[in-house]
Ligand binder design. Structure first.
Ligand code: PMP
Length: 283
């Protein structure tokens, strides 16, 4: 069951007119929000980022945060899994094709849900492969825009190479993954690229840095060069759906000793604990 413009319906009954600016221009923004045991995880943070994305494309937020919460909870209620990830999508609406913003047009609002499956234990045990590529996206990567063609093409490079993610390098520095944030570990220090217009401010990225601060894991937020990335002892990937994953092969070469490292294991355990504690108390 999905939500589209005020109505709940089965997904096969949901249609959008061809003149929707999402279809024509990719003119919209989105969010992906995990729900564990039917409770939304870090909802306020996701809604703040949604507002930032809407501001970035100069589109008025069609709902208050309370309205969003209510809509999202209704979508969760009418779907089966206890753990779900909610996809929320807003476009500038339906209008005659013209680049100029249309006047008095209602935005299109679409919400769907899928079962949220944690990465299998085998992947966590072995780690995953990644490749690198030049970050050739626009310079508003902090906006979670639905126009994802560069990310699609970059991520497909990983799929073609039988890898899980493409790690992006811009002007000699690590930015993020095609669909994730990336951390590296060197000499037991967790390194995170600083938030900027060149990367999406990940909600999981923030959780990981909060956990590192709370649990005295040495960490630094600073620019990370391509060389440092290649010579890292550990490379970690984070996202709301994959949580935290160890990258143990980069461009066909082993990362460190080729096994998930101690910092990954520590952060993985802390993340699971944090998530479970949160879900038991409140959303
Ligand atoms: N960067 C990009 C480009 C992403 O698409 C995502 C989410 N899929 C992330 C980072 C991770 O963000 P979050 O932790 O909020 O899922």
């Amino acid at each position: 069951m999905i939500y589209l413009n005020g109505k709940f319906m089965p997904i096969h009954e949901a249609f959008v007119p061809v003149l929707d600016r999402g279809f024509i221009f990719g003119d919209g923004v989105y969010e992906v929000i995990p729900a564990y045991s039917r409770k939304l995880f870090r909802l306020n943070e996701h809604l703040n980022r949604l507002q930032h994305s809407l501001d970035g494309i100069r589109l008025k937020n069609p709902h208050s945060n309370e309205e969003w919460r209510h809509l999202l909870e209704q979508v969760i209620d009418c779907n089966d899994s206890d753990d779900q990830y909610i996809y929320l999508h807003i476009t500038r609406g339906v209008a005659k094709r013209d680049h100029a913003f249309p006047v008095n047009v209602t935005p299109t609002v679409f919400i769907m849900s899928n079962p949220l499956l944690p990465p299998p234990a085998t992947l966590l045990g072995s780690g995953v492969s990644a490749i690198t590529a030049i970050d050739n996206r626009w310079i508003r990567c902090d906006v979670k825009a639905i126009s994802l063609l560069p990310n699609v093409l970059l991520r497909q490079l990983a799929i073609d190479a039988h890898a899980v993610e493409t790690i992006l390098i811009r002007d000699g520095f690590l930015t993020e993954g095609a669909a994730s944030n990336i951390f590296v570990v060197k000499n037991n220090v967790l390194l995170a690229p600083p938030k900027s217009n060149l990367m999406l401010p990940g909600i999981t990225y923030d959780v990981i840095l909060e956990l590192a601060a709370t649990h005295q894991i040495p960490h630094e937020v600073r620019q990370i060069s391509e060389t440092e990335t290649r010579n890292a002892d550990e490379v970690l990937l984070t996202s709301s759906t994959k949580e935290i994953l160890p990258i143990t092969t980069l461009d066909g070469k082993l990362v460190g000793n080729g096994k998930p490292g101690a910092t990954f294991s520590r952060l993985y355990a802390l993340y699971q604990n944090f998530k479970n504690t949160r879900m038991r108390s409140s959303s």
